[in-house]
Design a protein. Structure first.
Ligand code: SAM
Length: 289
């Protein structure tokens, strides 16, 4: 089986957690390349050792990619094939490699994928939400204002929306998702996929948020968030939320939170506790504006 043609850049997927989630072709290709470019060589070393791969490792990360790309292409032309791997999953999926691929293509170097694990495909196939059409939006912006604007551009999508998030921002992002997508939007939180504490929860946005508030262990690790697209049903629910927001905002200008929630509950028939929590969120939001 010929797995590594001469003078090719191979884009090789590596595991997202479980070390054995790597294909036979990925291992063979990595063994036969003259050099492996990795985001973090110290991070990739144990995986390569585990699979008996002892090819020289060089760094290629977002900070040196522009400069390194021409040198990588020179190396492939003069010496032979090289592979690009990232810390986890498929390179270029929220990871470096785009510039390198363009440079190699511009110089007529063959670029060939060796597909495998990605948190995106792992999460969406087990999410229980429509997969026929989806938007992969990557990481939300780190700053609250920018994130809220960014989420607002995705909220009306009829397609399932997939996001990546880190443990540092997971609770803030979920709060912002609740604000723009509505508390009742169905979503799946896929956490620590293929690892010991893998958790996949499909519930409303507010229930997922509550789970993380209740159990701080659930705020740890790596996350993929999958949000249901906006269907007619979802539109009706978000109109209800909009009305609820108007009602609570008005009541809160005249009454303290507890009384506003009681009053809104009498008018709408919704549980007082839900309205109280919603009021809390509104108050926080207005403080931020
Ligand atoms: N290239 C990778 C891929 O193919 O999925 C993604 C790299 S991106 C820098 C890292 C993000 O991917 C994490 O912050 C998290 O959102 C997601 N991720 C990676 N591994 C994961 C896992 N085992 N479980 C859940 N999410 C994961």
């Amino acid at each position: 089986m010929v797995v590594a043609a001469e003078h090719t850049l191979y884009i090789v997927a590596t595991p997202i957690g479980n070390r054995d989630d790597v294909t036979l072709r990925a291992i063979e290709t990595l063994k036969r390349c003259k050099r492996i470019y990795a985001e973090d060589t110290r991070h990739s070393k144990p995986l390569l050792q585990h699979h008996g791969i002892s090819v020289p490792l060089m760094p290629l990360h977002e900070h040196n990619e522009t400069i390194a790309a021409e040198a990588v292409a020179d190396f492939i032309e003069s010496t032979g094939s090289a592979a690009l791997i990232s810390d986890a999953g498929t390179p270029l999926i929220s990871d470096p490699g785009y510039r390198l691929v363009r440079v190699c293509q511009a110089r007529g170097i063959r670029v060939s994928p060796v597909p495998g694990a990605s948190a995106l495909t792992a999460a969406i196939c087990a999410a229980g939400l429509p997969t026929d059409r989806f938007i992969f939006a990557g990481f939300p912006p780190a700053k609250t204002n920018a994130r809220q604007k960014w989420l607002a551009t995705l909220e009306a999508s009829g397609y399932t929306v997939v996001l990546y998030e880190s443990p540092h921002r997971i609770t803030a992002t979920l709060q912002d998702i609740q604000q723009s997508f509505g508390a009742g939007r169905e979503m799946t939180m896929a956490r620590e996929l293929t690892k010991r504490f893998e958790t996949i929860v499909r519930a409303s946005v507010s229930d997922v948020s509550e789970l993380l508030q209740r159990d701080s262990q659930q705020q740890r690790g790596e996350f993929v968030l999958i949000l249901s697209g906006k269907t007619d049903e979802v539109s009706a629910a978000s109109e209800m939320q909009l009305n609820q927001e108007k009602l609570m905002s008005t009541l809160l200008t005249y009454l303290p939170l507890k009384s506003a929630a009681k009053c809104a509950s009498e008018i709408t028939g919704q549980p007082r506790k839900d309205l109280y929590n919603f009021g809390l969120l509104l108050q926080k939001k207005h403080k931020l504006d």
